[in-house]
Each structure stands twice: as structure tokens, then as C-alpha cells.
Design a protein around this ligand. Structure first.
Ligand code: SF4
Length: 217
């Protein structure tokens, strides 16, 4: 489908020109470190996580290390992000689960990752894609908003629960370069197709249904 090909190419081009340089995009991180970072990113701005959390993921680079750490030790290290008690409890529950059920090894399959408490579909797919280098779609509120505007899938309360958006996100995900494409989609949602979109700076206007039908009038 022409719209899909155009969309993919524009997102990949956008990424190569505008990529944000965060520590979790380095190739040398372990899947476990990617998973912990994605958990932090769920409720904290990317810039804040980037500023404070690199030493934490180096310290807790494996489940064995996180599992050995005490509650207060973890709390002191992550409290700058906010939600310190809630997050520390969550990290302890995650590390206990991986220790008990997977012998301290983070599994690389969707079904097993989804069993782990506090992970959920977004972190699971982000861990599979960015940590294990597996083709997995990234569906959050920002990426759903882009897809819904560009393909004109509209008017639902929670975009992430919309089956049409989920199917479209899977369909357009490239077979190659899916990691760069997913990062590009996240950056595009943060920098251009925001809640209030900057259509004047957008490279997708030619085929974006939202722009053609609404924003350009
Ligand atoms: S044209 Fe506007 S609404 Fe469409 S993808 Fe670009 S920024 Fe988003």
C-alpha cells in the first residue's frame, strides 16, 4: 500500500535527521537494562530519565544485582525520578518474580515477559524491539495519535485500546530497520505530531488525512 510505504520512509528519514540521543539507545545495553529504563520512561519525561538514570542501570545491570539490592538502597538511587516508593516496590516485585520464575534470566518471548508484574504490553514490546532486537510494534499514546491522524482512524476514548490502530501499527512496522523506525515514531510524536501538532514542520502533510481534511483548511 502506497500510504504505508510513504509513511515508513518518511519516519525513517525523520529519524536519521532528528534522532534524540538518549543513553538507552546505545547498542551495548542488555535487554534487562532496556526493560528497567522503559519502566522509568512510563511516567517520567525522557529528558529526566536521561539526566539521572544512567548510573542506576549500570549499577543494576542484571536481575541478580537488582535482586540483591535492599529496598532503601534502590529507593535512594531512584527517588529523583519521583514516585520513589511505588517504583521501588515495583522493582523489587519484578526482580523477585524473575529470580523465582526465570532463574534471574530475562525471557525474550512476549508471553513470558507479559507474566512479569508491572511490565505490560508497552514495556514488553519495547524490551523485545530495543533490547532483544525482535520486530515488535510500539503502541503508546503518542504513536497511536500519529497513526490515528495520518490514517484517519478516529474518535475513540483510549487510542491504545483501538483494534484498528493496533492492526495498522502492526501492518506498517517494517521487516527491517524496525528499531530505528520505532524510535523515529516516538521522536516524531514528541517533536512534531504532538497533542497540538506542528503540521507546518511536518514531512507527512502530502498524505496525512488529518492534514488534508482538517488542518490545512
Ligand atoms: S500533518 Fe500534522 S497531523 Fe498529520 S502527521 Fe503531520 S503533524 Fe501530524
Amino acid at each position: 500500500m502506497i500510504e504505508n510505504t510513504y509513511f515508513r520512509k518518511k519516519i525513517l528519514d525523520f529519524y536519521s535527521l532528528n534522532k534524540r540521543d538518549f543513553f538507552w539507545r546505545r547498542e551495548d545495553l542488555e535487554p534487562f537494562q532496556v526493560m528497567i529504563t522503559e519502566l522509568f520512561l512510563k511516567k517520567t519525561k525522557a529528558e529526566t530519565v536521561d539526566k539521572y538514570m544512567y548510573p542506576v542501570i549500570i549499577e543494576y545491570s542484571s536481575n541478580i544485582k537488582l535482586h540483591r539490592a535492599s529496598y532503601s538502597e534502590i529507593f535512594n538511587k531512584i527517588s529523583r525520578l519521583g514516585l520513589g516508593k511505588q517504583r521501588t516496590r515495583g522493582l523489587k516485585e519484578i526482580s523477585n518474580y524473575i529470580h523465582k520464575n526465570f532463574n534471574d534470566n530475562l525471557p525474550g518471548e512476549i508471553e513470558s515477559l507479559l507474566e512479569i508484574p508491572h511490565i505490560g504490553l508497552y514495556v514488553t514490546n519495547a524490551t523485545l524491539c530495543f533490547g532483544f532486537n525482535k520486530r515488535a510494534p510500539i503502541l503508546d499514546v503518542n504513536t497511536s495519535r500519529i497513526i490515528s491522524r495520518y490514517f484517519h482512524i478516529d474518535n475513540i476514548k483510549d487510542l491504545r485500546d483501538n483494534k484498528e490502530i493496533q492492526d495498522k501499527t502492526n501492518e506498517i512496522l517494517p521487516r527491517k530497520n524496525f528499531k530505528e523506525y520505532n524510535w523515529g515514531l516516538l521522536d516524531f510524536g514528541a517533536l512534531v505530531c504532538k497533542t497540538k501538532p506542528s503540521c507546518d514542520k511536518c514531512p507527512l502533510t502530502k498524505k496525512c488525512v488529518f492534514f488534508i481534511k482538517i488542518a490545512s483548511r
